[in-house]
Design a protein around this ligand. Structure first.
Ligand SMILES: Cc1ncc(COP(=O)(O)O)c(C=O)c1O
Length: 389
C-alpha cells in the first residue's frame, strides 16, 4: 500500500470533481466583473450568463425553445416545483405512479403530498435493473394523472426506456415528469423527440457545474402552477408574477456565478461530444465490472450499466468498512451506504447499502485500474480470512 497516495475521486454520481478549468474560470470571471443581465442592469459590458446558460442547455438537451429551460437550485428543487406545481391543479386523491428505483428527491415530495393532500401512490417494482413498460401500462388506472421516474439510476447506472414508457403514458393521458439528474451530460438526451412533459436536471454532476444550480425543461408551461413569486426585473408595476416563460418559474436573483460555470460546463461536454463521453463510460465501467467479477466474494448489483456507476458489496464486510479502507489505504473516494434510494436498496441488498464507484469523463484508465486492484485486494484479504482455518 502506498503512503499518502494521490486522491482518486470516484464519487462523481454525487458531484463531479475535478471541474474543468474553463468552469472554474467562468465562475471566477463572473464575480470579477460587474453583472450584465437583460432587463435588470444598465450597461452592456460583460456577459449575460443567464441567457448563455439557457441557450447552452437548450442545445445540449434539444430543449426548445430556450425560454422553456428554467433554472432552479438543483434537481431536487426542480422536482419539487414540478411535482407540487402539477398536483396543485389535480383533484385530491388522484392516482400517481412512481418506481422503486427512485431517489428521495422523487419519493419524498410524492410521499409528503400523499400525507398532506391525499394522492393514491403506486410504486412500480423493477426487474433486473429496469422498470418494464408493460408494468407501467398495467399500473395505469382511470384516474392516473402523473408518473415521475428517473431516466438513469444513481445506484444501478441503468437507463430506463423512457421513450416507450412515455408513449404508453401519453396514450392514457398521464403526465410524465422525468428525473434526469444522472443522465444530463452522460448520455445523449433529445427532448425534441422524447415523449416527456418535463425533465429535471442538476448542474453539478454530469454537466460539470457548481453545486446549487439546476433546472428543468417544461414542454407546456400551463401544465404546472407556479408556486414561487417575486422579483423578475420585468413588468415591475404588476403586483402579480409574470406568467411568461421563463419568468413564470424564476423569482429573485439568479445564482449567476453558478450559471456562468454551468454554461462553461455544458460547452465543455459538448466539445468533448456526449457520444464520446457515453462510450468512454461504458468501456471503463465494463472494465471495472470485469475485474471485480474475478473475485468470488464480490457481489455486483449492476451487470451492464449505461452510466459510469459500479455498485457492489464484498461478502462478509460492511460497505462502510470497505469505503474506509479504500479512502485510508488507497486514497480512493467512493460512496457507501444507502444512496438516497431506500426502496431500491431494500430490493437489491436487503437495505444494508453498498459501495458505489462512479466515474466522470475526467476519470483516467489508470485510475480505474488502481481502483479495480484496490477492491480486488480488499476482497482477497477478506476471502483469505474467511477461508483460512
Ligand atoms: C437520480 C437522482 N435524482 C436526483 C438527485 C438530486 O440531485 P441534487 O442533489 O442535485 O438535487 C440525485 C443526486 O444524487 C440523483 O442521483
Amino acid at each position: 500500500m502506498a503512503r499518502n497516495p494521490p486522491i482518486i475521486y470516484l464519487n462523481n454520481a454525487a458531484t463531479t470533481w475535478p471541474k474543468p478549468p474553463d468552469v472554474l474560470e467562468a465562475a471566477r470571471r463572473s464575480l470579477a466583473l460587474p453583472v450584465f443581465g437583460s432587463g435588470r442592469t444598465t450597461g452592456s459590458q460583460g456577459e449575460d450568463y443567464i441567457t448563455l446558460a439557457r441557450e447552452a442547455l437548450s442545445r445540449l438537451l434539444a430543449a426548445d425553445p430556450p425560454e422553456h429551460v428554467v433554472f432552479t437550485q438543483n434537481a431536487t428543487d426542480s422536482l419539487n416545483l414540478l411535482i407540487q406545481g402539477f398536483l396543485a391543479g389535480q383533484e385530491a386523491g388522484c392516482h400517481v405512479l412512481t418506481t422503486a428505483l427512485e431517489h428521495n428527491s422523487v419519493l419524498r415530495p410524492l410521499h409528503e403530498w400523499e400525507r398532506q393532500h391525499g394522492i393514491r401512490l403506486t410504486i412500480i417494482p423493477f426487474e433486473g435493473c429496469f422498470v418494464s413498460p408493460a408494468a407501467v401500462r398495467a399500473a395505469i388506472e382511470p384516474d392516473t394523472r402523473l408518473m415521475v421516474m428517473n431516466h438513469g439510476s444513481n445506484v444501478l447506472g441503468s437507463v430506463q426506456e423512457i421513450a416507450r414508457i412515455g408513449e404508453i403514458l401519453h396514450d392514457h393521458g398521464v403526465y410524465f415528469i422525468v428525473d434526469g439528474a444522472q443522465t444530463a451530460g452522460h448520455i445523449p438526451v433529445n427532448l425534441r423527440e422524447l415523449p416527456v412533459d418535463a425533465y429535471a436536471f442538476t448542474g453539478h454532476k454530469g454537466l460539470f457545474g457548481l453545486p446549487g444550480v439546476g433546472g428543468f425543461y417544461l414542454r407546456d408551461p400551463e401544465a404546472i402552477a407556479p408556486i414561487r413569486f417575486g422579483g423578475t426585473g420585468t413588468d415591475s408595476f404588476s403586483l402579480l408574477h409574470p406568467r411568461e416563460m421563463p419568468e413564470r418559474f424564476e423569482a429573485g436573483t439568479h445564482n449567476y456565478p453558478g450559471l456562468a460555470a454551468l454554461a462553461a460546463g455544458v460547452d465543455y461536454i459538448m466539445s468533448a461530444g456526449v457520444e464520446a463521453i457515453a462510450a468512454k463510460a461504458e468501456r471503463q465501467t465494463g472494465y471495472l465490472i470485469g475485474e471485480l467479477r474475478k473475485a468470488p466474494n464480490i457481489t455486483i448489483y449492476n451487470d451492464r450499466p449505461s452510466l459510469p456507476i459500479v455498485s457492489f458489496n464484498i461478502q462478509g464486510m460492511e460497505n462502510d468498512d470497505v469505503g474506509f479502507i479504500l479512502a485510508r489505504g488507497y486514497g480512493i473516494i467512493a460512496r457507501t451506504g444507502i444512496h438516497c434510494a431506500p426502496l431500491m436498496h431494500r430490493a437489491i441488498d436487503g437495505g444494508v447499502g453498498c459501495v458505489r464507484l462512479s466515474l466522470s469523463w475526467l476519470t483516467t484508465d489508470d485510475e480505474c485500474r488502481i481502483a479495480a486492484e484496490a477492491v480486488r485486494e480488499i476482497a482477497d484479504n477478506a476471502y483469505s480470512q474467511v477461508s483460512s482455518p
